[in-house]
Write a protein that binds this ligand. Structure first.
Ligand code: FE2
Ligand code: FE2
Length: 439
């Protein structure tokens, strides 16, 4: 006679955890959706021209990456989240569609994300809160409450940029794709797609444009040069002990503002590395947001020092050259050459600026330096993995060397193409900086 209860059928193990499994399924979907925002929203950044909008998008990408990471962390505490980080095809398809074509008005594409896909995410989070047990699933509930507040704020923050943008047709197109799923969690009634629905990205896959947009601002190829009558950052002045510290401060703010270049070209890497591990995109998102803050250091401080931003030409060379190279080469140049190589000059600049007792400038430069040290670390962490995604098998060092050489060739071929849009008399130059500094 058996003394214990007879073995139950194996299915019981699953049904015992049914309440958890269902909530984990939703968390997993939410994770995949947030991850796809991180992969695709950056395609807006180099297409929209307004710096403030670029900055805001960088911030939202970073916050979405944070949501995804917390969802993954919480999800992994629960049975059934899964060990992979892949995104299912029916979700990815909608994000690929939302990216639009590179001929599309970028503000219309932005409206697609912010008037359709993100409100649907907000609805999905609200659904999660409604169906989860507030006590049993307290940890997820607390996260989701915070994410709801973030998503509501994102929608508020974007509104000024989308005023007067007529995106009704595009929004309808994306709404239909989403209705076919019944919302991100399948929580609503499905409205199957019409037979005639055409997925635009299937016919023409998206590719980043050959140049980036800076909206209403004047343009040039590079802000670095040797001629005070032509260029705002006069290279020898940066290290010349005779240069007035106030001039150095102005030059470094122009330099920082032009980290917009890094914002624009780094933003291209996400979409072109769809199979990257999530942690890679997470660090890229942080990197992107850091660069957008560095650019803001200059963008906010220059006007306070008397500079009219409409006289500061924006440099396009780095984007224009790097976009001709594959993503792992862009990333190698960024982290192993530009960032790794910037420390000695920046250290000297910081020492000179400290003479001014300008606490704010010292603070901004110190945080910039700290961030840049992390960026080089990211490079060491991720470059080899990114190379692997593109089948690059050379040792990292050899690859970096070859890429530096390739960049030099490409700089000749694709650089220097953007003429000054302002005559020297109207644009910010070294000579004008001397006057502004009162030298
Ligand atoms: Fe930076
Ligand atoms: Fe950086």
């Amino acid at each position: 006679m058996p003394t214990s209860a007879p073995a139950r059928p194996a299915a019981t193990a699953t049904s015992r955890m049914a309440a958890v499994n269902e909530m984990t399924r939703l968390l997993r979907l939410l994770f995949e959706v947030e991850r796809e925002f991180v992969r695709t929203v950056p395609t807006l950044i180099y297409r929209v021209g307004e710096p403030e909008l670029k900055y805001l998008l960088c911030q939202h990408v970073w916050e979405s990456a944070g949501h995804a990471r917390f969802l993954r962390e919480r999800g992994r505490e629960l049975t059934g989240f899964g060990t992979t980080e892949s995104v299912r095809d029916n979700l990815r398809k909608i994000f690929n569609e939302a990216v639009g074509s590179n001929a599309a008005n970028p503000l219309v594409v932005t409206a697609g994300f912010y008037a359709v896909l993100k409100p649907a995410l907000l609805a999905a989070y609200r659904h999660y809160l409604k169906v989860t047990d507030p006590l049993a699933d307290w940890p997820s509930k607390k996260l989701v409450e915070e994410f709801i507040a973030d998503e509501e704020r994102h929608l508020r923050e974007i509104t000024t940029y989308l005023q007067g943008v007529d995106a009704r047709e595009w929004q309808l197109h994306l709404t239909q794709a989403l209705d076919d799923l019944g919302g991100w969690l399948g929580q609503e009634t499905r409205l199957p797609l019409a037979a005639g629905y055409v997925w635009a990205h299937a016919a023409t896959p998206y590719a980043a444009p050959a140049t980036c947009s800076r909206g209403k601002y004047p343009l040039c190829s590079s802000v670095f040069g040797f001629d005070p009558k032509e260029d705002p950052i006069v290279r020898p002045w940066l290290t010349d002990p005779k240069t007035d510290a106030r001039v150095i401060r102005l030059m470094v703010y122009v330099w920082l503002m032009m980290e917009m270049d890094a914002v624009d070209y780094l933003a291209t890497v996400f979409f072109e590395t769809p199979e990257a591990p999530f942690d890679l995109h997470y660090d890229l998102a942080r990197h992107l947001w850091d660069e957008s803050r560095h650019s803001q250091f200059g963008f906010r401080q220059l006007p306070k020092l008397g500079v009219d931003l409409m006289t500061v030409e924006h440099s396009l060379d780095l984007y224009n050259i790097l976009i001709q190279m594959p993503p792992h080469e862009r990333y190698a140049m960024m982290t192993m050459e530009f960032e790794a190589g910037s420390f000695p000059t920046k250290a000297h600049v910081m020492d000179r600026v400290r003479e001014l007792n300008d606490f704010e400038a010292d603070t901004l430069l110190a945080f910039d330096r700290n961030d840049e040290q992390n960026h080089v670390r990211y490079g060491h962490r991720w470059l080899a993995e990114m190379m692997a995604l593109f089948g690059e098998k050379r040792p990292v060092e050899e690859f970096v060397k070859a890429t530096q050489e390739k960049f030099k060739e490409y700089a000749v071929k694709f650089g220097g193409k953007q003429p000054h849009t302002l005559p020297a008399s109207k644009r910010l130059t070294g000579e004008k900086l001397l006057k502004l500094a009162g030298v």
